[in-house]
Design a protein. Structure first.
Length: 252
């Protein structure tokens, strides 16, 4: 019995850490998924259980940003609706990929993103601004659809891809990027969670504990994001990306 409570306590703490990291950067699922699998869940069940926690985490993130008067719901919804078809397709379609090559490429992408975050660029423009060229706007829409598909199918590291899309293609500052990010993930995660539930791939006991931890971490992370601004976000983002990339590379 004591051992069971200890395992649940560990899961809660890991969830809290993942929630904080996910709101400010991404890659928190690289912590939670291995723990769930270590607890005896197969990959599909662990994925579905984690998705419920991801949904709870980002709902609390949205509420935390709103509480601090950092929200643009109409703009967030427009962006989220672009990702929604991709998210549904990603959750429904089973695609055969080479896991080893995917991890190598993802690791290199992570390093590229963290380097690009420190490259000087023009003053940020609001999402949907008329100053954006038609080409850049189309590229952003295509990227958002692709991110939605990736998020619906795999999820791990999707926060990095969303941040890169919003930051570089739409010229949004990092605080607003995180605000949009949590809203977008809520929207495309809803149908993914429904699919996992209908196929019996959710362990509700572990999911509730993990969701509580993720939600707490997200609430804390959103407040830290607003208080610390871009400086705090850059630090968390750089650390999370480097750890994730190294973790992926050292396996080979």
């Amino acid at each position: 019995m004591i051992a069971d409570y200890a395992r649940l306590g560990l899961l809660f703490l890991v969830g809290a850490a993942a929630g904080f990291i996910n709101v400010n950067a991404g890659g928190g699922s690289t912590l939670t998924l291995p723990v769930l699998i270590f607890m005896g869940l197969d990959s599909a069940l662990a994925n579905g259980t984690n998705r419920v926690a991801i949904l709870a985490q980002n709902l609390f993130g949205v509420m935390a940003f709103r509480r601090q008067q950092v929200h643009q719901f109409r703009a967030s919804l427009r962006l989220a609706l672009i990702t929604l078809p991709g998210g549904i397709a990603g959750a429904l379609i089973s695609v055969r990929i080479t896991h080893e090559w995917f991890q190598r490429i993802l690791a290199l992408v992570m390093f590229g993103i963290v380097i690009s975050m420190f490259v000087p660029r023009a003053r940020p423009l609001p999402a949907g601004s008329a100053s954006l060229s038609p080409l850049r706007r189309w590229l952003a829409w295509l990227a958002l659809f692709g991110v939605g598909f990736y998020g619906g199918f795999i999820q791990v590291g999707v926060g990095f891809l969303l941040m890169a899309t919003l930051y570089h293609l739409l010229h949004v500052n990092l605080l607003i990027v995180n605000m949009h990010k949590v809203f977008i993930i809520v929207i495309y995660t809803i149908p993914a969670v429904i699919i996992f539930i209908l196929t019996g791939n959710v362990n509700w006991g572990l999911s509730l504990v993990l969701s509580a931890g993720n939600a707490l971490g997200a609430w804390w992370g959103a407040h830290a994001s607003v208080r610390g601004g871009e400086k705090t976000i850059r630090a968390v983002l750089a650390t999370a990306i480097v750890i994730m990339a190294v973790k992926l590379l050292v396996r080979f």
